[in-house]
Ligand binder design. Structure first.
Ligand code: ZN
Length: 111
């Protein structure tokens, strides 16, 4: 089975194995709403799967949306939608990672 590449960080998508070590899933996770799937370009930017660690970031954004946050998720989605190249995408991924870290620290400090 061919390993898929994460459309957010460009690392290999983790293979999920069953109890016997047999790979049963290589397609990662749905990266909505952070994928730029409307670029019309047959690059990796067009595919919408992400690895386990990026899925954690995607879930954070979905949780913000579920809590009714508007501006932060919209800003984040904008970074990804504006990404036209792999390096843009990795920059968007890095900014999101930093944002999540900052938010986590603020929560810990009880701000
Ligand atoms: Zn990834």
């Amino acid at each position: 089975m061919m390993a898929e590449i994460c459309s957010m960080c460009y690392k290999q998508i983790d293979e999920h194995k069953d109890g016997n070590g047999k790979v049963y899933w290589t397609q990662g996770h749905n990266a909505q709403p952070l994928v730029a799937d409307d670029t019309g370009d047959a690059s990796m930017l067009d595919h919408a799967r992400c690895c386990d660690s990026c899925n954690d970031l995607v879930l954070e954004v979905r949780i913000m949306q579920a809590f009714g946050w508007q501006s932060v998720p919209q800003k984040v989605i904008g970074w990804f939608k504006d990404a036209k190249t792999a390096s843009d995408m990795m920059m968007a991924h890095m900014r999101l990672t930093q944002l999540i870290q900052t938010l986590a620290e603020q929560t810990k400090e009880g701000v």
